[in-house]
Write a protein that binds this ligand. Structure first.
Ligand SMILES: CSCC[C@@H](NC(=O)CCC(=O)O)C(=O)O
Ligand SMILES: [Mg+2]
Length: 374
């Protein structure tokens, strides 16, 4: 693997509707894409950092900066180039380990190099990661709405589209009532879960226990990301399984959370944990402990979406993921749109990601391009 350089490209994609969570409302996605150019092929990576550091410490400008000033020069150094020459994408995490954090930037560069490597080999992401299915069920994430009727209308639309599972964003003041209304309107058979994005504290335990009445699959990240012991205490007070998202940033933190009883389920997001190879490690670790995992989403373009679907096809991903169709968030994706068929999305079979940006669509949303030569 000889890397000639990496393009840092920013694209701005309007969302089809505002997406409100406990930490804010998004109306467009400012995405950092990486294009790795090697002697044998080109590969694409997607950095999932949001515009503001409200989901995690990373924000998109910080990730472009850390790539430009630290991560890419390290990979371009003689040691980095030698490691890449020997082991390709498998060398990226080790080569960048000295730099703390910035996992979303590290994940994006590993993804781009892995994509180039696999395209050159003619091997798909799914084949490389260990996919055991050619399609996976898709859940859908539903934001906080202005009213219960508006929420019910949105949920009805997603159920009509065939989504296999409904996830409701919640926050203090918008939790028990919307969940009860969805259960009342659509019945007990709908697979239903909630995501608080760290909005509660342990003092809310008795209130959160009211959600036990609604047969939820899980409660995702109720407490702040570093409160692992708080999640363990909360798990002892709730019947509904606790699922961690923001708290799990590596296989190490996944092991600690499982051992401490802080979670019974894990939402795996490759960008959050530093890449698809670390994501697979967490999948393997969770399986060894009998912990179910599912693939989370960060409102990715079709590039990240395609890679997530390949990951979601691994055997331990036993719950529907946030791997929804492109149309959930975007009127026009930068790739061929990912579509929902009978509640499932197809695992791409082509080399690498199996999808590539459509040049004219990519150019239409591009806001900047920066070339980093190696
Ligand atoms: C902008 S919200 C991103 C984080 C959120 N992601 C989703 O709700 C799923 C988004 C998607 O389907 O891509 C989560 O905490 O799980
Ligand atoms: Mg979440």
């Amino acid at each position: 693997m000889k890397l000639r350089g990496i393009e840092l490209r920013r694209v701005s994609m309007p969302l089809v509707a505002p997406f409100r969570t406990s930490f804010g409302t998004q109306t467009e996605r400012d995405v950092l894409l990486l294009r790795a150019v090697t002697d044998d092929a080109e590969g694409w990576g997607e950095c999932v950092a949001l515009t503001d550091p409200l989901y995690s410490p990373e924000y998109v400008d910080s990730q472009q900066d850390v790539l430009r000033r630290f991560l890419l020069p390290r990979l371009a150094s003689p040691e980095g180039a030698a490691a890449l020459g020997r082991s390709g994408a498998a060398a990226v995490a080790g080569a960048l380990h000295a730099y703390k954090g910035h996992r979303m930037a590290k994940a994006a560069v590993e993804m781009a190099i892995l994509d180039a490597e696999l395209r050159a080999l003619g091997r798909s992401f799914g084949r490389e990661l260990g996919a055991v299915a050619d399609r996976v069920p898709s859940g859908v994430s539903v934001g906080i709405h202005d009213s219960i009727p508006a929420l019910l209308s949105a949920v009805e639309g997603y159920l009509d589209e065939g989504y296999a599972r409904i996830k409701l964003k919640i926050e203090p003041g918008w939790d028990v009532a919307p969940v009860a209304a969805v259960r009342e309107r659509f019945g007990g058979d709908v697979l239903l879960q909630v995501d608080a994005n760290t909005a509660y504290t342990l003092r809310d335990a008795r209130h959160l226990a009211k959600l036990d009445a609604f047969d939820l699959l899980l409660i995702e990240q109720p407490l702040e990301e570093e409160d692992v012991l708080g999640h363990a205490a909360l798990a002892r007070q709730l019947a509904t399984p606790i699922c961690l998202d923001e708290s799990v940033v590596s296989a190490q933190t996944a092991a600690a959370a499982i051992t401490l009883g802080a979670c019974q389920i894990i939402n795996i997001k490759p960008g959050r944990v530093g890449g698809y190879l670390e994501a697979r490690k967490i999948h393997d670790l969770a399986a060894a402990h009998g912990v179910a995992v599912w693939c989370g989403g960060m409102v990715e373009t079709g590039l990240g979406r395609a890679a997530n679907i390949a990951l979601a096809a691994l055997p331990g991903f036993t719950l529907p993921g946030d791997v929804s169709a492109s149309g959930r968030f975007y009127r026009t994706d930068i790739t061929e749109p990912i579509v929902l068929v009978d509640g499932h999305v197809e695992v791409p079979t082509g080399p690498g990601l199996g999808v590539t940006p459509i040049p004219e669509l990519l150019d239409r949303v591009t806001t900047s391009v920066e070339w980093i030569p190696f």
